[in-house]
Design a protein. Structure first.
Length: 212
């Protein structure tokens, strides 16, 4: 399995990839809902909330981003696709992630897919510091590794090349390595890029998951 990582703006890097050159885009882009402005520090009265800084990771995408994602991959899974419904084709195949949540966070998150499948639900508790399985959190919108493993297993094939142009802390890349997929990751923030690079390298040294 191969891994290619790029530090930079995906709008600069995506045009260098041929149209349809990756089997699937699986990504969790920023939703533009204001979480980067230190709003996360007000989220909990039960325990101290981790401060991630005031980065640009929550800047809203443009139509140009969406068009690039649709062009480069044969298929797409885009978490938060409901925030970009005006720019995405209609889909009958949404993923519903039930977070088994409480408080003022959303109960579920949605992913738009280009597939012709039924709507699928994945339940995995991700309720602040209460998680279904302990997992270190590097990024404020980091998805559970189990969710991304389930996604790549159910929406891609072993040996496929998967692109995540908003790599963040690299969870999609780790999931790809562990399930036998090639991975291309792009991240604009050097701190998160370094975290992703380290996590993916460590995953490459571990046994691959079989029979998920």
């Amino acid at each position: 399995m191969t891994v290619q990582l790029y530090l930079g703006d995906c709008l600069d890097i995506l045009p260098t990839l041929e149209a349809g050159s990756v089997d699937a885009v699986v990504t969790d882009p920023p939703y533009g809902i204001g979480e980067s402005g230190k709003r996360n520090v007000t989220r909990s009265n039960l325990a101290a909330v981790k401060e991630y800084g005031d980065y640009a990771w929550d800047d809203k995408l443009t139509q140009r981003h969406i068009e690039a994602l649709l062009k480069v991959g044969h298929s797409q899974v885009i978490f938060g696709g409901n925030f970009y419904a005006n720019w995405l084709p209609p889909s009958s195949s949404w993923i519903v992630w039930d977070k088994d949540n409480t408080g003022d966070f959303a109960d579920c998150e949605l992913a738009w897919t280009s597939h012709q499948k039924a709507v699928r639900k994945f339940t995995w508790r991700w309720n602040g510091f209460i998680k279904q399985r302990p997992e270190k959190r590097w990024h404020p919108t980091q998805k559970p590794l189990a969710l991304m493993e389930w996604t790549v297993v159910n929406y891609t094939q072993p040996g496929d090349t998967i692109l995540d142009p908003f790599m963040g802390s690299g969870t999609t890349g780790v999931a790809c390595v562990k399930t036998g997929r090639n991975f291309i990751g792009i991240e604009i923030d050097p701190d998160y890029y370094a975290i992703a690079e380290k996590r993916i390298a460590e995953a490459q040294m571990q046994p691959r998951l079989e029979g998920i």
